[in-house]
Design a protein around this ligand. Sequence first.
Ligand SMILES: Cc1cc2nc3c(=O)[nH]c(=O)nc-3n(C[C@H](O)[C@H](O)[C@H](O)COP(=O)(O)OP(=O)(O)OC[C@H]3O[C@@H](n4cnc5c(N)ncnc54)[C@H](O)[C@@H]3O)c2cc1C
Length: 377
Amino acid sequence: MLIAGAGIGGLTAALTLHAAGFEATVIEAVRELRPLGLGINLLPHAVGELTALGLGDDLARISVATAENVYCDQSGKVLFTEERGLAGGYRWPQYSVHRGRLQSLLLAAVHDRLGPHAVRTGTRLLDFEQDADAVRVRVPGAEIEAAALVGADGLHSAVRARLHPDQGPLLWSGVRMWRGAAEARPFLGGRSSVIARGAGNVELVAYPIGPSLINWVALVPVAEPGPLPGDANWNTPGRAEEVLEHFGSWDLGRLDLPALIGNSPTILEYPMVDRDPLPTWGEGRVTLLGDAAHPMYPVGANGASQAIVDARVLAEQLALDFPRGLAAYEKARREATAAVVAANREMQRTGDARSPEELARITATYRRATRADHHQH
Ligand SMILES: Cc1cc2nc3c(=O)[nH]c(=O)nc-3n(C[C@H](O)[C@H](O)[C@H](O)COP(=O)(O)OP(=O)(O)OC[C@H]3O[C@@H](n4cnc5c(N)ncnc54)[C@H](O)[C@@H]3O)c2cc1C
């Protein structure tokens, strides 16, 4: 089996396929996998999947177990608190973790279990063709033959573009996001995620990803929703001054925003984008996984979590029937992930809620729509 993309989804798929008895090789476009990115969240069901792969202890070591989401206004007044992870009655913890550290952990497990050559970096998928028996993948200077191909190549997936040439542009919510992380004193007991909203639906989300490392995301609506003009890249640098313009008058008490933003060595800018769900993902011996299959707004902590669940279902279905399990995988995951894409949009639209009752309703609706409660005790 060939997997294109060594992100969170592709590496997890290598591990689940290996556990199910398949040989898997991952080809990755970049020459060197550096621990890029900032904070991401893993929901309990994704933590359950990684625990089943034997990675629970390693994961616990590099993550912060989130106990609650605290919703407040721009003066720090608490409006609503939602318990999360074990504290919220789930079977597994919810984790906040540095994306690069999570990717490094998965990569080390792949090397350990599948061998040192299981991930081929500097090997970008350029194109592929297939017949009834095999897929032939073109990479720079070579062709690789495989029994099946999993496109886990992210937001700008080449596999998806080849399968769906008319997929259209990325869709932008109109929100600009800046992200950063800085050393700072722990706040609210060190396991809380703060979601503060001010005038004009400007929002600041902050959560710890280490004992004294706080990750933050600033969300500022700047345009009407529509096709994205330009491009979306996870590594576009941003400037502290630009972010601080929107939060100058905010006072979140123990969380010193100007210091947090000003002390962040790296600030990245990203437009909040997704795509409309596809009517089908793959065909024949080719399928899609993670952001390549279902890019979604990075709200609700579901991007990496859904990619991890995809990886488990893919291996499960292929172990039952190869390669026909690809269709069963798609059937199982397409509707479920389309519901999450829709729930993330809805959450973004209804984001101007202020009252505790509205916040309780919206968070409960989101949990139901994304089936997060499905795995509760
Ligand atoms: C550099 C980077 C930083 C990120 N930082 C954050 C963050 O801070 N916060 C957050 O919420 N989300 C972040 N994300 C997105 C997040 O990782 C995903 O939404 C989620 O984990 C689902 O992952 P995925 O494996 O489907 O896709 P991704 O994590 O995007 O991984 C896709 C992988 O495929 C590789 N690739 C692309 N094209 C090809 C090709 N043609 N051939 C071979 N390989 C290819 C890419 O280099 C990448 O390694 C980041 C993604 C990237 C790539």
